[in-house]
Design a protein around this ligand. Structure first.
Ligand code: MN
Length: 485
């Protein structure tokens, strides 16, 4: 690991990913980084420059833009070299300067267990809201540090690995960065739970070799089936579940491997959404599906946006295997999430829901930063599962689990929240403190004469947005009352 991080490899990665990047600018950034870090060594004894280059290569493979890759190369120069922020601006412009500064500011966050944990998260969100690319550079930086942890003292290994599992991986997951999340988790896993890692790693290798022949035949059968039925496909392959997510699943099932049907799954990539359903149909005609295991994450995506069809079937009449069917777009989304569809400048107007969510969080966190309860809410918002609620018109509103109609009302519009009196859930009148479930259709009944929200709602609502808006409305009303006297 780590011997092959050279400028040439970076330029190769840029070419392979077909990035619209000016190589001259990349080379200039590389030269300044190399000069700034000259004489410095990594704990492994290698020249320090391999680290920023590794970071930049990862960013190129995430198909990031030119300033991000340049900032990846330069991300450590402000910390411990004579190069200044002003020099970055002069040589490479304000965008690269701001990105590098953003990453350097995050480096100042120290991990002290629970006490500063939430505060660190808050700072990460503020940084993300300013520019999501900062966090992607930080992720790439952290991944390479994890990959080279073996050279650090054990105590430091544990700290960095823990922090990666508890802070970095959940955020990567929340942004749908599946590939990155898997990498961060599996590299951290071997340091946080070394024995479990070794056992599971070995067990997975054995499992795969036991099944190799059967998998080969099954893939052939599926290809034949697709050809007979005349369905096009982009790819059919098997994938082994990531170790840390396998570990977590095993814990739920008392380490009983026979309960895990997706340790090895078959993935079928087909051109369109309707091909996905056709493909599922022909598979179910030929192989009996296991009851309760057919999941339509296309019609109802997972909380982080994941889409696919899943089914577990009896192949060969007895052997159970999970099959995942998706389009190339869904596959890219599953692997790269926010990095796949975040167009840094072109789409200012139509930002993705995830970007809006981050900006909202950061905005509120600066307004309410002195409220200790708020920080707890923020943590819940990040790590709770999300549910999807529908408006009567069919618009989808994403909320944390256990949200109420009041949360829903405030997410639609502040005034709808302030004036709400009742709700209809799936056509039936329901009280405002009801718990919403995924897929509920919610209609809010308002009273235009209502002057202020109910103070008790603060105890009921689950989202930071609703809480913040209720407080603002109550304060405004109180000030108006005072003025009137
Ligand atoms: Mn670094």
């Amino acid at each position: 690991m780590g011997n092959d991080y050279t400028l040439d490899k970076l330029l190769d990665a840029i070419k392979e990913n077909d990035l619209k990047v000016d190589n001259k600018a990349i080379i200039a950034a590389f030269k300044l980084a190399e000069k700034s870090h000259s004489g410095q060594k990594r704990a492994s004894g290698q020249d320090f420059i391999i680290h920023p280059v590794a970071t930049a290569i990862y960013l190129a493979n995430l198909k990031m833009d030119q300033p991000t890759i340049m900032a990846g190369l330069l991300h450590d120069v402000l910390e411990d070299t004579p190069t200044t922020s002003e020099m970055l601006r002069k040589h490479f412009g304000k965008e690269v300067q701001t990105l590098v500064e953003g990453v350097s500011n995050l480096d100042k966050l120290k991990y002290h267990g629970n006490k500063y944990y939430i505060e660190n998260l808050r700072k990460m969100f503020v940084a993300m809201a300013k520019d999501i690319r900062v966090i992607l550079i930080k992720f790439a930086d952290r991944l390479h540090n994890l990959q080279t942890l073996e050279h650090l003292p054990p105590e430091k290994q544990k700290r960095i690995a823990h922090e990666s599992l508890e802070i970095y991986a959940p955020i990567a997951h929340r942004f749908g960065l599946g590939e990155l999340k898997g990498n961060l988790e599996d590299w951290a896993f071997r340091y946080v739970y070394p024995e479990e890692f070794m056992w599971l790693n070995q067990r997975t290798i054995e499992l795969y070799s036991e099944k190799a022949n059967y998998l080969k035949n099954f893939k052939k059968e599926i290809r034949n089936l697709m050809n007979i039925e005349n369905i096009q496909y982009n790819a059919i392959y098997d994938r082994v579940k990531r170790l840390y997510s396998l570990y977590r699943k095993l814990q739920k099932y008392n380490n009983d491997f026979s309960q895990i049907y997706d340790a090895i799954a078959l993935r079928i990539i087909v051109p369109t959404i309707s091909d996905c359903y056709t493909c599922l149909g022909i598979i179910h005609c030929k192989y009996r599906p296991l009851k309760g295991r057919i999941k339509d994450y296309i019609a109802q995506p997972k909380p982080n946006g994941y889409k696919s069809l899943h089914t577990t079937v009896f192949a060969d009449g007895y052997e159970l295997i999970e099959i995942q069917i998706r389009t190339p777009e869904m596959n890219t989304e599953a692997l790269f999430g926010i990095a796949a569809h975040w167009d840094y400048k072109a789409n200012e107007g139509k930002k993705s829901a995830k970007i809006k969510w981050v900006q909202e969080l950061a905005q509120l966190s600066s307004q309410l930063k002195d409220d200790p309860q708020y920080l707890e809410t923020l943590k819940l918002d990040i790590f709770q599962n999300q549910i999807f609620i529908l408006t009567p018109k069919g618009d989808v509103i994403e909320l944390p689990e256990h949200s109420t109609p009041i949360d829903f009302a405030y997410h639609i519009h502040t005034e709808i929240g302030n004036k709400c009196t009742n709700a209809k859930i799936n056509g039936r009148i329901a009280s405002l403190d009801s718990t919403l479930k995924n897929g509920d259709i919610v209609e809010i009944i308002t009273d235009k004469n209502r002057k202020q929200p109910n103070i008790d709602w603060l105890k009921i609502v689950k989202t930071h947005t609703a809480k913040g808006k209720i407080k603002t409305a109550l304060n405004k009303y109180r000030r108006a009352q005072i003025r009137n006297f």
